[in-house]
Every structure is written in structure tokens, then in C-alpha cells.
Design a protein around this ligand. Structure first.
Ligand SMILES: NCc1[nH]cc(CCC(=O)O)c1CC(=O)O
Length: 316
């Protein structure tokens, strides 16, 4: 009989150093200790995505910017695993890396945050809303074409500070990050799925390891949450099929319950945010990851067939 592959302890967890990233890494460290009996320590790192704050992610090479330095730490053996907001993880991982587990998702919705207004409908004509996410821009303009949308980058505390300084009438943030940091009372309202479809993976955490870390990989799989894993696989497949770049205003949100999955997705025009959104809503029996991926692929194809092809950043 083969012995189980060994796990070296303490498990070193690579993480970004924003307050939210540290909260998430500490949460995973505690789960390793409490549920797997593994001691773990954190290795904080700064990524390009944390350094470049004056430009939208879509303009500086996109999502990989928050994960690459952490992967380098895994590659060199400085760390054994990385904790990511799944939303920030590129659709294709580099050769030699895998997502060991997707953890139970927090609230996946987008939140409306404002000192003066209760929701997007209450904003005065021409109000200024802060967000650098193309996905949020196109959905906000679909609801309120009169809004003035201004760029807003930085970690949660920075964004809230800019709002409090009066630079914006409102900002849009992921509810998950606010709730994790105990800032849930800043949420004036959450967007309904009809108003704003979340980003693929929003609210979920992904645990990344080297594919060669067999022991740790197997252990971490015990922390996986099946409904969250299946839903986010479908969402990420929509994005992967459409090219998986964050220079594309794409929203994809799935819910899996009792073997049924509903998947909502929307695509905006890559460079003309006022163009109407292409939207699809699918429902199917989904029993496993393959079926989840198939539904994601079907949603991507439906988006393209319903006019989305002409919206993609690279379509000439
Ligand atoms: N793009 C940055 C980012 N990555 C993950 C979250 C929030 C937490 C999550 O979605 O898990 C945020 C902030 C935001 O979008 O407001």
C-alpha cells in the first residue's frame, strides 16, 4: 500500500496584503487548522495589480496581475498554496498550476454604496458613479444612460475613502468584500440580478497549488463546496469561451441547487458602453463538472449568436 503523499507543515499561504486579501487568507488558514489539522502561516506579497492604481485593469493586461507574483512564490517553493478571489483568477492557469478547491461563496451580488442615495434609481440626473469595471459600466448605463461614470481603482478602503471625500455620488463594490471586512452597513442596496449580473467567480475564493503538490491538493479538496464549485465552473467557462479577458464587459452568474443550474450572462460592447447588452438565461439539469462546463459553453455560444460576436474586443 502506498503511503499518502506528505504535506510539509506549516503550510505557507501566499496572499496579497490588502485588508480583504489578508482576511481571506486568514480565513483559509483557520479552516486548514480546524478542519484539516494543518498548521499554516501567511506570506504577504504585493502584486502588480496592487501597484498600478492609475489605470483600469482592462488597460494594463487584466486579471493575471493579481495572481502572478503569488504563482512565482509557489514555483520557487517560498509558499505552498495561494488564496485568491476567484474573480481575479485568469480562466487559464499557467502550466503546472491547478485550482485545488473553490470554497463556499459569499454573497455574489454587487452593492450600491452611497452617502446620500438609497439605490441607483434614486440618483439625480447626471450623477457621478465610480467604477473601473467595464462590466459594471455597461450595466449601469443600461439602467441609467444619464450617469457620469468615473474611474475608481484601489483596495476597498481606498475606494470607500474616495467616496467619503465626495469624489463620487455613489460607487459599486462587490457585496462579498464589504461583508467580509465587517463593512456590510455601508451597503445601501444590492443590485437585483435583473439590474446587474455579477462577474464570473465573484464572492468565491479559489485555492491554488502546483499540480505536483499531490498531498496538499488532495487535502484542500476536502474544503471544496460543490454548489459553489459547479456554479463558478459554468461562469468561468462562459468567460473562457469568449476569450477570458477583462477588457470585455462580461457578466456571468450561476446558481446550482438540487441538481438544477440556472445561468445568467450578459455581454456589453468592448469599446462602446452605450450599446445594448446581449443577455442570455439558461437552465438545465447539471449533475457534474462536465455538465456545468457544457452549460457555460452553451451560454457563450448563445451570446455570440445573439449579436455578441460583433461586441468582442478583437472582432475587426
Ligand atoms: N476586482 C477586485 C476584487 N476582487 C474581488 C473583490 C471582492 C470580493 C469577491 O468578489 O470575492 C474585489 C473588489 C470588488 O470588486 O469590489
Amino acid at each position: 500500500m502506498n503511503a499518502a503523499p506528505s504535506i510539509s507543515v506549516p503550510v505557507v499561504i501566499a496572499t496579497r496584503e490588502s485588508r480583504l486579501a489578508l482576511w481571506q487568507a486568514e480565513h483559509v488558514r483557520d479552516r486548514l487548522r480546524d478542519e484539516l489539522g494543518l498548521s499554516a502561516s501567511l506570506l504577504g506579497m504585493t502584486t502588480k495589480g496592487d501597484q498600478i492604481l492609475d489605470r483600469a485593469l482592462s488597460k494594463v493586461g487584466g486579471k493575471g496581475l493579481f495572481v502572478k507574483e503569488l504563482e512565482t512564490a509557489l514555483e520557487s517553493g517560498q509558499a505552498h498554496m495561494a488564496v485568491h478571489s476567484l474573480k481575479d483568477v485568469p480562466m487559464e492557469l499557467p502550466e503546472g498550476f491547478v485550482l485545488a478547491a473553490v470554497l463556499e461563496r459569499e454573497d455574489p451580488r454587487d452593492a450600491f454604496v452611497s452617502p446620500h442615495y438609497a439605490d441607483v434609481a434614486s440618483l439625480p440626473q447626471g450623477a457621478c458613479v465610480g467604477t473601473s469595471s467595464l462590466r459594471r459600466v455597461v450595466q449601469l448605463l443600461a439602467l441609467r444612460p444619464d450617469l457620469r461614470i468615473e474611474p475608481l481603482r484601489g483596495n476597498l478602503d481606498t475606494r470607500l475613502r474616495k467616496l467619503d471625500e465626495g469624489q463620487f455620488d455613489a460607487i459599486v463594490l462587490a457585496a462579498a468584500g464589504l461583508k467580509r471586512l465587517g463593512l456590510g452597513e455601508r451597503i445601501r442596496s444590492v443590485f437585483t440580478p435583473e439590474q446587474m449580473i455579477p462577474a464570473a467567480g465573484q464572492g468565491a475564493l479559489g485555492l491554488e497549488v502546483r499540480s505536483s503538490s499531490a498531498g496538499l491538493l488532495a487535502a484542500l479538496q476536502r474544503l471544496a463546496h460543490l454548489p459553489s464549485a459547479l456554479a463558478t465552473q459554468a461562469e468561468r467557462e462562459v468567460s473562457r469561451r469568449l476569450g477570458g479577458s477583462c477588457s470585455m464587459p462580461l457578466a456571468a452568474h450561476a446558481v446550482w441547487h438540487n441538481g438544477q443550474m440556472t445561468l445568467n450572462a450578459a455581454l456589453g460592447h468592448a469599446t462602446q458602453p452605450q450599446q445594448p447588452l446581449v443577455k442570455v438565461a439558461l437552465q438545465a439539469a447539471v449533475a457534474d463538472a462536465d455538465a456545468a462546463l457544457a452549460l457555460g459553453r452553451q451560454a457563450a455560444e448563445a451570446l455570440l449568436a445573439q449579436g455578441g460576436q460583433a461586441y468582442l474586443p478583437c472582432s475587426a
